[in-house]
Design a protein around this ligand. Structure first.
Ligand code: PRP
Length: 186
């Protein structure tokens, strides 16, 4: 997609992370994961929907045998509710007992989603669970959450593109940018 496209008018003109930087970083993360799992196989799990672009690119950079699966979770209730309860909208297709799991996220913010999912998958008997996230927003953290592979640490801004949305839009922008306030202040 061309940077003069209509969608780019809704994000700040200085991109936060360009498609070139994303590709470069994803390659490095893939190499790291390949080294760490060199004598093993893994189940790569995409947490829908935001991670799909990152997931598709990342697994092509991981040079070990793997299978893929998908999960979709959503925070239950409004943002003022601090229960941290996460609702599973789509569960894994296969059992993960005894498997090495790599959970792939687009962003870790409060940490609630991954904290909940990690605890749940541990109870199901996964041999190991690691987390790869493209973006980490440490300022948003509400629960302690250790992330194994991080693409970029970002400030507390509203970012969209490369899978990340605002009201389900902008996921198809190939770069990551900060949404212009006029879009959500309307
Ligand atoms: C986003 C993101 C993570 C979660 C991170 O998902 O993909 O799953 O929020 O936030 P947390 O660390 O505060 O829990 P979202 O619910 O926006 O769904 P989407 O991936 O379908 O956009």
């Amino acid at each position: 997609m061309d940077k003069n496209s209509m969608l780019y008018q809704d994000i700040e003109s200085e991109l936060l992370i360009t498609r070139e930087k994303i590709a470069e970083r994803v390659r490095v993360l893939g190499q790291q994961i390949t080294r760490d799992y060199h004598d093993r196989s893994l189940v790569a799990v995409s947490i829908l929907k935001g991670s799909v672009l990152f997931f598709a690119d990342l697994i092509r950079e991981i040079d070990v045998p793997l299978t893929i699966d998908f999960m979709q979770a959503s925070s239950y209730g409004d943002s003022t509710e601090s229960s941290g309860f996460v609702h599973i909208k789509k569960d894994l297709d296969r059992s993960i007992e005894g498997k090495d799991i790599l959970l792939v996220e687009d962003i870790v913010d409060s940490g609630r989603t991954l904290s909940y999912l990690k605890t749940m998958l541990k109870k199901r008997g996964a041999a190991s669970i690691r987390i790869a996230t493209l973006l980490d927003k440490p300022e948003g953290r509400q629960v302690e959450m250790e992330v194994d592979y991080v693409g970029f640490i970002i400030p507390n801004a509203f970012v969209v593109g490369y899978g990340l949305d605002y009201a389900e839009r902008y996921r198809n922008i190939p770069d990551i940018g900060i949404l212009r306030p006029k879009v959500y202040q309307q």
